[in-house]
Design a protein around this ligand. Structure first.
Ligand SMILES: C[C@](O)(CO)[C@H](O)COP(=O)(O)OP(=O)(O)OC[C@H]1O[C@@H](n2ccc(N)nc2=O)[C@H](O)[C@@H]1O
Ligand SMILES: Nc1ncnc2c1ncn2[C@@H]1O[C@H](COP(=O)(O)OP(=O)(O)OP(=O)(O)O)[C@@H](O)[C@H]1O
Length: 297
């Protein structure tokens, strides 16, 4: 029997445990090296099949831009597959945007994975990745579904198994446009050296050690530019440093996070009552993998 709906599909956010800018492509996009981890702060999507070919979105929470990444993902898959089917997408937006948490990119990936099933396409993951790459730099990571060491502009993914970790996340009430940060003169002065792997025969364990080192020493090469633009980002990071002894920005901001340990409980609680009104925060945990990781081969 064919499917007519898929409900409660998760679209989890990501954090960049470190982020280095290591170069620039001819088209102006910046080359990165970063450790991306999935966290348990997620949007929820519901997909309802339409037989008239139309694509619609319904916002169950805060209103999204009219032509958002969910609709763009659905349109791209519809065009590439030639299907005559459509969909009603309902979205409960929980992940803050303009945060560097990849919320919109994750929504797009969940739409691709869900429609691949709802429309009976059964495409392999590689074909979905090719579509995801055109939608945004972070979409391939979410389609891949595994915590990963990420290179290029986001399309070169090396899956890593990352230990379960508590991460305290704070998002000040300022949305930062990725483009603005990448074009800041402060960013270009922060070019990092590339991580050097001895040979292609390097084991997963060696990669893990290198990544651990970058996480403990490294930072985010976009942070200075974001803090120059927004005093709130700096304020949020200082607040985390006071509470947890560390704090760092994710992506191009404005969210910041602190390592809160790997035990059964976080090393400290988020003193949320101390945050100004309008600030969002959550004690998150890394996911072992995306809940929909098995949805494409
Ligand atoms: C910085 C990260 O958050 C790390 O996860 C992402 O790479 C950002 O990804 P994103 O928000 O999906 O970005 P996109 O929507 O693809 O790009 C927005 C704009 O940011 C700039 N941009 C983005 C990514 C990148 N690696 N280099 C860039 O220079 C480009 O001017 C681009 O036009
Ligand atoms: N489904 C969506 N959810 C959130 N934002 C969206 C969506 N579709 C389009 N956008 C637009 O994209 C912008 C960035 O959203 P998104 O959450 O992907 O980026 P981000 O938080 O900056 O994360 P990153 O930079 O890591 O990709 C928003 O300001 C919004 O206007």
């Amino acid at each position: 029997m064919s499917l007519t709906s898929l409900t409660d599909l998760p679209a989890p956010a990501k954090l960049n445990l470190f982020l280095h800018v290591v170069g620039k492509r001819a088209d102006g996009y910046h080359l990165l090296e970063s450790l991306f981890v999935l966290i348990d702060w997620a949007d929820t999507l519901h997909l309802e099949l339409r037989t008239d070919g139309q694509l619609h979105r319904h916002d169950l929470g805060p209103a999204l831009p009219a032509d958002d990444l969910c609709l763009r993902a659905a349109r791209a898959l519809q065009a590439a597959s030639g299907t005559t089917l459509g969909v009603d997408i309902s979205i409960d937006k929980q992940v803050p945007w303009g945060a560097g948490m990849g919320g919109g990119s994750s929504d797009a990936a969940t739409v691709l994975l869900g429609l691949n099933r709802l429309w009976g396409l059964n495409w392999p993951r590689s074909r979905l990745l090719a579509i995801g790459e055109k939608l945004g730099a972070d979409v391939p990571f979410f389609v891949g579904g595994r915590n990963a060491y990420v290179q290029g502009i986001g399309e070169i993914l090396t899956p890593v198994s990352w230990p379960r970790q508590w991460l305290a996340v704070v998002k000040p009430p300022v949305a930062i446009a990725t483009k603005e940060i990448f074009s800041s003169p402060l960013m270009t002065t922060r070019k990092s050296d590339a991580i050097v792997m001895d040979s292609v025969a390097d084991t997963a364990l060696e990669l893990q050690k290198l990544l651990n080192k970058q996480c403990s020493e490294g930072g985010n090469d976009l942070q200075a530019a974001a803090e120059a633009l927004s005093a709130e980002v700096q304020q949020a990071r200082h607040w985390l440093v006071q509470a947890f002894g560390n704090g760092r920005m994710t992506g191009s901001g404005s969210a910041v996070f602190a390592d809160a340990g790997t035990g059964d409980q976080p090393v400290a609680a988020l003193p949320e009552g101390n945050l100004p009104a309008g600030w969002a925060s959550k004690m998150c945990r890394t996911l072992d993998h995306h809940p929909l990781v098995g949805w494409a081969s």
